[in-house]
Ligand binder design. Structure first.
Ligand SMILES: [Zn+2]
Length: 352
């Protein structure tokens, strides 16, 4: 857990003490007063978000504007896909049963084959490359499944499949960190095969080399994303991408997705409103955070990005990057909630 999101963890430890103390004080006073559990700050933020909801979202530099009605479709409008949280969780179990998936390991090769076998029938590209990491040279492979839509433009759903290299001599399997997003993305792939996108194309990107090999720095992290963002910037693909939605650690039973200040603000607004429309706002954006992850190289080449991540995994994020990151800490309900909000986000993006 010290090898990733280092800036974030520093920020977390600084920012978390006060909210925890505040929560304890509020809980204590609520108990004393015998009143309900809703705190004044939560009520205030609900009022603020109701006020924000009336405003259109204007992505700077883009010919798009989201209005309130884009988030208020007729009740008959179905979400784009009905994704099964149970099947996503089943995929997680099967995937982590392959063992650790750190770079160069037999489990890593098995993970690639597992993903490819589950993507059979979809147009798949492999972006294989060799890279010098802080721990030596490694072969890496970004796997991309492209589901063509009817509109000109692409929405990316991405997440990494490797496990943390510094934990290679432990039983660490990254059930939530790597396993949960792969499980969900493979379930989405299953759905997309049966129900191709009617709007923008959807590409599922399984990134490699997200984890640091020694210690998290800009140089020693997100190797696969850096490689692909460079390539997409050079060949013009980057300009076709309407949104890059990153899924990371979305299996946590106790789901709380942070509002990441490194993500694109208007895209976070679209996601936040999608969550509100589905009544899932209690799981989204209660807390601000600043997160380093696979989205940064794509943001750097001008792609609108959002990191959908729950980095409060166990008390004080205790389970991240430890052997306690096991399937029993995850649920089928959490990927289900995330999938519904992502599908609703895609529906809203397709109105523009
Ligand atoms: Zn990790």
């Amino acid at each position: 857990m010290r090898n990733r999101h280092r800036g974030l963890l520093k920020a977390c430890s600084r920012n978390k003490v006060f909210p925890i103390l505040l929560a304890m004080l509020l809980t204590a006073s609520a108990l004393l007063a015998g009143s309900c559990r809703q705190s004044p700050p939560a009520a205030e933020s609900a009022a603020q978000s109701a006020a924000t909801q009336a405003q259109p979202i204007r992505p700077p530099g883009l010919q798009m504007e989201f209005r309130a009605e884009d988030f208020d479709p007729t009740p008959q409008t179905p979400p784009a896909l009905k994704v099964s949280g149970e099947k996503a969780y089943r995929n997680l179990l099967d995937f982590v049963a392959l063992g650790p998936r750190f770079l160069g390991s037999p489990g890593h090769a098995k993970a690639e084959q597992f993903i490819l076998s589950h993507l059979k029938g979809a147009p798949v590209e492999q972006d294989k490359f060799n890279v010098q990491t802080a721990a030596g040279p490694f072969a890496m492979n970004n796997i991309l499944a492209k589901f063509p839509g009817k509109k000109d433009g692409v929405i990316i759903l991405a997440g990494h499949y490797d496990t943390n290299y510094p934990l290679r001599n432990t039983t660490y399997i990254g059930a939530n960190d790597g396993g949960s997003n792969v499980g969900l993305m493979l379930e989405i792939a299953r759905q997309l095969r049966a129900h191709p996108p009617q709007g923008y194309s959807i590409w599922l990107l399984f990134t490699d080399g997200e984890e640091a090999t020694v210690e998290w720095t800009d140089a020693d992290s997100v190797y696969g994303s850096k490689q692909l963002a460079r390539k997409w910037n050079a060949d013009g693909t980057a300009s076709k991408i309407k949104a890059f939605l990153l899924l990371d650690m979305i299996g946590d039973k106790d789901l709380d997705i942070d509002r990441d200040t490194n993500s694109t603000p208007w895209l976070l607004e679209v996601i936040g409103r999608a969550a509100q429309r589905l009544g899932q706002q209690s799981h989204f954006f209660v807390r601000n955070n600043t997160i380093q992850d696979d989205h940064l190289p794509f943001a750097a080449v001008g792609i609108p990005v959002a990191d959908i991540i729950d980095i409060d995994y166990g008390f004080n994020n205790l389970y991240q990057h430890t052997t306690q990151d096991t399937p029993d800490k995850c649920s089928a309900a959490s990927p289900h909630i995330v999938a519904d909000v992502v599908m609703e986000t895609i529906r809203a993006l397709n109105t523009r």
